[in-house]
Design a binder for this molecule. Structure first.
Ligand code: MLT
Length: 278
């Protein structure tokens, strides 16, 4: 990947790119950075991958995340900074999926297709908000290790605990979490707790949408995206056996193939430019 430091609205953001073709923005989950999309690099043979570090994370750690909506407003601005004038495929996992939903609602002209992965439309429950506030205090006192300890076991499918490659995936996730600044983690926890319920707005999104969920996702289980499929007019759901909350890392071949097949044959309108490619 090539790393660019771009001026995006009021911030300097790190954006990683590779490949040519239809632009495809990959938005990472919490509290990670672009490295969680490492298994999607082969997609650069077909797509122009655009993989930002969201505000407060990775190479964008100098910027402060204020809200999920403001992260969504960064997406058209970073496309402009890369001279991508038209719409792009917007793909986000979990927190990135929350951001992608707001891009679809706030900037529909920049969305050629939407891919929502291991995420949900609903806002936090009061219990989830309280847990985030608690974690924000603990990370301030004890450091990022407490977040890694709390999250890494829940991110991956329990059934695959002994699978080959599992330790390497855990290492990728743990290293990414430990590398994130405490202030960025705390700001994101507050922004995630404050995010609105998107069920009603997403019912009006007409972009062709692929919903992907690991069958063993313990954080946003498949019924979250089953509900999304029911309300979204142009959505198709794929549940991936054996994967947890990190489907693109846990089942990369299945995920990458599903993404390309969806772009070749999206529900609703077609996407000229990818049709006919393998
Ligand atoms: C994520 O993976 O981005 C987070 O688990 C999202 C969340 O905490 O809601």
């Amino acid at each position: 990947m090539t790393t660019h430091m771009l001026t995006v609205r009021d911030a300097r953001l790190a954006v990683h790119t590779r490949g040519t073709g239809i632009p495809c923005v990959l938005l990472h989950g919490f509290p990670l950075d672009h490295s969680m999309w490492r298994e999607q690099e082969p997609l650069a043979e077909h797509l122009r991958l655009i993989v930002p570090d969201l505000r407060g994370f990775g190479g964008s750690a100098g910027a402060v995340m204020e809200s999920v909506e403001s992260l969504a407003d960064d997406v058209p601005a970073l496309l402009d900074a890369l001279h991508v004038g038209g719409p792009a495929v917007i793909c986000g996992l979990s927190m990135g999926g929350y951001v992608a939903q707001h891009v679809a609602v706030r900037h529909p002209d920049r969305v050629a297709a939407l891919v929502l992965v291991d995420t949900k439309l609903e806002a936090d429950t009061p219990e989830a908000r309280a847990a985030r506030a608690d974690l924000a205090v603990k990370v301030g006192r004890l450091g990022q290790g407490i977040v890694a300890d709390a999250m890494v076991p829940r991110l991956l499918a329990p059934a695959a605990a002994a699978a080959p490659g599992r330790a390497a995936i855990e290492d990728v996730l743990r290293s990414a979490i430990l590398a994130q600044p405490i202030a960025g983690i705390q700001a994101a926890l507050a922004a995630l707790a404050a995010r609105p319920d998107m069920t009603e707005p997403m019912a009006h999104v007409l972009a062709p949408t692929l919903l992907v969920c690991g069958a063993e996702d313990a954080i946003t289980p498949p019924d979250c995206l089953e509900r999304a499929e029911q309300v979204m007019p142009c959505a198709r759901l794929l549940v991936v056996p054996g994967a947890g909350h990190m489907t693109p890392l846990e089942a990369p071949e299945v995920f990458n193939r599903a993404l390309l097949e969806f772009l070749q044959h999206p529900p609703g309108v077609g996407l000229p430019g990818l049709a006919g490619r393998d």
